[in-house]
Design a protein around this ligand. Sequence first.
Ligand code: NDP
Length: 298
Amino acid sequence: MTRVAFLGLGAIGAPMARHLAQPPYELAVWNRTAAKARTFAFAAGTGVRVAKSPADAARGAEFVLLCLPTSQDVDALLDGADGLLAGVARGTMVIDCTSGDPATSRRIAARLAAIGVDYIDAPVSGGTSGAEKGTLTVMCGGDASLFERATPVLRAFGEKIVLCGPTGSGDAVKAVNNALLAIHVWAAGEGLAALTKAGVSPAVALDVINSSSGMSRTTEKLIPERVLTRAFPRTFRLALLDKDVAIAAGVAREQKVPSPLLQLTSELFRVAHAMLGEEADHVEAIRAIEQWAGVEIK
Ligand code: NDP
């Protein structure tokens, strides 16, 4: 049996952790809101240990996985008597599945390396349904030997597992990927608002677009299933997409790449996040466009 700990049982963390709640893994979980960890362990029903603190979760674990909103949240979990650093032993590997920012991940990796603990950033893509099915894409940053060691664990919930480069590279790829998602959502929202006002049914417009060159996963799946139906299910918070686009815009600035579209998209999602609040889903960014345009895409 391999002893693993999973910290952060949120919308995507919980279904990821569920795959580790069975042999050959022996799982300990910790969540800031402890009730969620107890509910998780009860539902898993296979002797999952509910840890009292990050330190308690990490004690005796060979791998510690985290899936928190931001790298800053991970960093804040390291210190103090109950912090992760108090529980991890030399030789443990921390696998950070947070969609984080490269610079903070590199700092965390350096702090852990100083006490003989390994770290890779390993953010995921594929949504909550991909997490449930165990078909996530996992993009990693770190040494090849660490990547090899982490791969069997990542296979529990990942289908495509890729080493992108040194520490922070997984975060950078994830941020750019999500910036593309944000651009697709926003551009399709503007285009469909205009077409709806011009008297074209958005369903008809999407039928054409989805067999033409403008199609994307957003026009094929997200808008038909979530916007036209007005269902707007909450699977991935707009607040988190705002954070991701801001990271991508920051990476481009750091690399001195002229990036007006990334910077503008970051600003648009910051405004939409402020308008719609912490709990809105990412596809609800289209509600901001609808409000400005005075039309509903349905
Ligand atoms: P949620 O907001 O659903 O859950 C966040 C989790 O982190 C909860 O367990 C929450 O605990 C915990 N948490 C929040 N703040 C802190 C803190 N300061 N200290 C300790 N724990 C904290 O987020 P998701 O699960 O959706 O996302 C997690 C990560 O995965 C993010 O980086 C996100 O960008 C990424 N991601 C999400 C996807 C999705 O489809 N949802 C897809 C791909 C990546 P509590 O229960 O107490 O609130």
